[in-house]
Write a protein that binds this ligand. Structure first.
Ligand SMILES: O=C(O)CCC(=O)C(=O)O
Length: 265
């Protein structure tokens, strides 16, 4: 994509690594330009409408709220996931060798009042080393009324709270609901085009969307060390596109290499 610089803002050369180490999250501020936000909304919504249609209370949470591998369906998301500010941030916080491990839309459209309970992202498929991170990019303004993120700052310092779900077991829609002392939890409102990054052990949740007229659309990306393995899956390598540096796993090196080369950068 030739106009990349018009879609994303430049990543700061140095982000606040110390605050991240202590608090487990960083609010990164605005990462998408107006043009980038518009393009990402347009492509994401086209994919969402084609796959999901309208919010339907009779459907499950998964059906209403999550669309996986969105970078296969949107060139703007792909460019952002493969080469945008999130990759620079991941490299600063994880190290030189980075792979992408998840790209999905987590949308909570108006009417979707279902909460997503307290969990660690490393509970949904435990990866090692324990430095993978999640980057949420808001495609709408999000606050307490439309189901913004809540976190417990510094909670990543407790480590892996439970072994986590075996994502290789696809039998059922399972979910984690940890019991958390909420007195230290804070909401994390974001404006459209802003992003937050948090550690794989960060305790977080979101409430339902109780706004009558505002959707809450979020792009969810996850990154890990290029050699990260799935603890729950006999320590096999997590397969994902190699975005920076090297990996000892040829299957990771090969993965999506056609897509990585296709955009010509
Ligand atoms: O989108 C949300 O409301 C929460 C998403 C989340 O916490 C997750 O997918 O880990």
């Amino acid at each position: 994509m030739k106009d990349r610089n018009r879609l994303f803002f430049r990543t700061p050369d140095e982000i606040e690594e110390r605050a991240y180490a202590e608090q487990g999250f960083l609010h990164l501020g605005r990462v998408l330009t107006d043009a980038g936000l518009e393009a990402m909304r347009t492509e994401s919504m086209a994919a969402w409408r084609a796959e999901k249609g309208e919010f339907d209370p009779a459907k499950t949470w998964l059906q209403n709220s999550l669309l996986s591998d969105i970078h296969h369906r949107s060139a703007v998301v792909r460019d952002y996931y493969y080469r945008g500010p999130p990759v620079d941030v991941a490299q600063q916080l994880i190290g030189p060798n980075i792979k992408g491990v998840t790209s999905q839309l987590t949308f909570k459209m108006r009417g979707n009042t279902k909460a997503f309970g307290w969990h660690q992202d490393n509970g949904y498929g435990e990866l090692e080393p324990y430095n993978s991170l999640t980057m949420l990019t808001a495609l709408d303004d999000t606050d307490e009324s439309n189901g913004c993120l809540w976190i417990v700052p510094a909670s990543h310092q407790r480590g892996q709270i439970e072994p986590g779900l075996n994502l290789a077991d696809k039998q059922a829609e399972k979910s984690i609901e940890l019991v958390v002392d909420e007195s230290t939890a804070i909401p994390v409102p974001m404006q459209a085009g802003e992003a937050i990054v948090f550690h794989c052990w960060m305790l977080h949740k979101s409430q339902g969307n109780f706004s009558p007229d505002r959707d809450r659309r979020i792009l969810f990306l996850r990154y890990a060390d290029a050699d990260a393995v799935e603890v729950y899956n006999n320590r096999r390598p997590r397969i994902g596109p190699l975005l920076r540096g090297n990996t000892k796993f040829p299957e990771v090196e090969r993965f999506e290499s056609d897509l990585l080369q296709r955009d010509g950068k």
